[in-house]
Write a protein that binds this ligand. Structure first.
Ligand code: PMP
Ligand code: GLN
Length: 386
C-alpha cells in the first residue's frame, strides 16, 4: 500500500521541473521554464542586501510588513486608481502560488465548484482539488482563444463559488479585453461568484495596451481577489513574495488560511519589495519595451524556423502551431526539440484536462538574454533540415 495521500497521488511532477531537468541534461537553451536568465535590477538587490544587514531577519506581521503593504497600496492607487486600506485589504504571501492556494483554501468549501479557463497555470487545479472543490473547465482554443458568452454562462450554477482568471494569460499570452472582463463580471454578479484574478504579468503587456484590473469594473471591488507578485515585474522569480488584494471580508478569509500555511513571508524580501514597488513609471515602461523587443525577435526566429508563432499580447510566453510538423503530439515535439535541436520548450498539454487539446501547440519563453535567444534562433534553423 502506498503511503502517499490520495489527494496528491494524481499530481505527478510539474512540467517545469521535468523540462528544466531535460534542458540541463542535454545542454539545451532553456526556453521552457519561465524565469529570467539575466541579472535582477541592482536597486532591488541592494535593498535586499541592506535589509539583511540591518537585521530585518525575524518574523514579519502575518499579513505582511507595513511598509510593503503601504508601497503596494500607493502603487495600485497611482497606476490603476484603486483605493485600498493597506491594513485590511492586503495579505503578503509566499508568491502568487501561495496566494492562489491560500485564496482557494480560504474561500472554497468541499463540493463547491470553481470555474477555470484552460489552458491554466498548473497550480490552479491542484489548489482546488486540495480544498475539496470541483474544477469546472472552460476550454480556450488556439489560435484566437476567444470566449463564447453562452458557453461560459452555462458553467455557472448555484454551486459555483469562484472563477479563476489569469490576465495577461500564461501560457497563451492573451490579455483579456474590457468586453470579456465585463461579461465575466456580469456573470459573477448574477450568480454571486467570486473572481480570483491572477495578474502576475500585469506589467508585461505589449503594443501600448495597458493592463485592466478586474476589481476596477463596476460591482467587482468586493467580489474580486487580485493576486500578483514581484517575481515577473522585478525579474526575481526566486524571491517568492506576492500578495492578495481584496475586500476586508475576503482578505480575512484568505488570511485565515495563510496564517497556517506559512504564517508569514520571508521578511527581508518584503522590505526589498517595498523599495521595488516604489519604482518610477519609467521602470515599467523599460520592462515592457525590453520584453517587446524579445517577443518580436523570437517571433521572427520561430517563423524563420518554420514554427508559426501565435504572437502574444502580453506575458513572456509565445505559443507556436506545430500541427504541420508531423509529430504525434506536443510532448514528442518538445522532447525532440530539447534533445536533438538543443532548445527546450514546454508542452502545453500539461495545462489542459484533456491532453489532446494542447497536442498541436508548444510554448516558448522569451524572458531570456538576447544572447540565449540568438543562440536558440540559430539552433532552431536545424529544424528546416528535418
Ligand atoms: N501565476 C502564473 C500565471 C504564473 O505564470 C506564475 C509563475 N510561476 C505564478 C502564478 C506563480 O508566481 P510566484 O512565483 O510568485 O509564485
Ligand atoms: N511561471 C513559470 C512558467 O510558467 C514557472 C513556474 C514554475 O516553475 N512552477 O514557466
Amino acid at each position: 500500500m502506498s503511503y502517499m495521500a490520495g489527494r496528491v497521488a494524481g499530481f505527478g511532477t510539474t512540467i517545469f521541473t521535468e523540462m528544466t531537468a531535460m534542458a540541463r541534461e542535454y545542454n539545451a537553451i532553456n526556453l521552457g521554464q519561465g524565469f529570467p536568465d539575466f541579472a535582477a535590477p541592482d536597486f532591488i538587490k541592494d535593498a535586499a542586501r541592506a535589509s539583511i544587514a540591518a537585521d530585518v531577519n525575524q518574523y514579519s506581521p502575518a499579513n505582511g510588513r507595513l511598509d510593503m503593504r503601504e508601497a503596494l497600496a500607493a502603487k495600485v492607487a497611482h497606476q490603476y486608481g484603486i483605493e485600498i486600506d493597506p491594513n485590511t485589504q492586503i495579505n503578503v504571501v509566499h508568491g502568487a502560488t501561495e496566494a492562489i492556494f491560500a485564496t482557494i483554501m480560504g474561500l472554497v468549501n468541499p463540493g463547491e465548484e470553481v470555474i477555470i479557463f484552460e489552458p491554466y497555470y498548473d497550480s490552479y487545479v491542484p489548489a482546488v482539488i486540495m480544498a475539496g472543490g470541483i474544477p469546472v473547465y472552460y476550454t480556450l482554443h488556439a489560435p484566437d482563444f476567444a470566449i463564447d458568452r453562452d458557453k461560459l454562462a452555462a458553467l455557472f450554477n448555484a454551486n459555483t463559488k469562484a472563477i479563476m482568471i489569469n490576465t495577461p494569460h500564461n501560457p497563451i499570452g492573451k490579455v483579456y479585453t474590457r468586453e470579456e472582463l465585463t461579461m465575466i463580471a456580469e456573470l459573477c454578479q448574477a450568480h454571486d461568484v467570486i473572481a480570483v484574478v491572477d495578474e502576475v504579468y500585469e506589467h508585461i503587456v505589449f503594443n501600448g495596451r495597458s493592463h485592466l484590473p478586474m476589481s476596477t469594473l463596476p460591482g467587482m471591488a468586493d467580489r474580486t481577489v487580485t493576486i500578483s507578485s514581484i517575481g515577473k515585474t522585478y525579474s526575481v522569480t526566486g524571491w517568492k513574495t506576492g500578495w492578495t488584494i481584496a475586500s476586508p471580508e475576503l482578505t480575512t478569509a484568505v488570511f485565515r488560511a495563510h496564517q497556517f500555511i506559512t504564517f508569514s513571508t520571508v521578511h527581508p524580501m518584503q522590505h526589498a519589495a517595498a523599495t521595488a514597488l516604489a519604482a518610477p513609471d519609467s521602470y515599467y515602461a523599460e520592462l515592457t519595451a525590453m520584453y517587446q523587443q524579445r517577443r518580436d525577435f523570437l517571433a521572427d526566429a520561430l517563423r524563420a524556423a518554420g514554427l508559426p508563432p501565435i504572437v502574444p499580447a502580453g506575458t513572456y510566453f509565445m505559443m507556436v502551431d506545430i500541427s504541420d510538423l508531423g509529430f504525434a503530439n506536443d510532448r514528442e515535439f518538445c522532447y525532440y526539440l530539447t534533445k536533438e535541436i538543443g532548445v527546450a520548450a514546454i508542452p502545453p498539454s500539461a495545462f489542459y484536462v484533456n491532453p489532446a487539446d494542447g497536442a498541436k501547440i508548444a510554448r516558448f519563453a522569451f524572458c531570456k538574454s538576447m544572447e540565449a535567444l540568438e543562440e536558440a534562433a540559430n539552433r532552431l534553423q536545424k529544424l528546416r533540415q528535418r
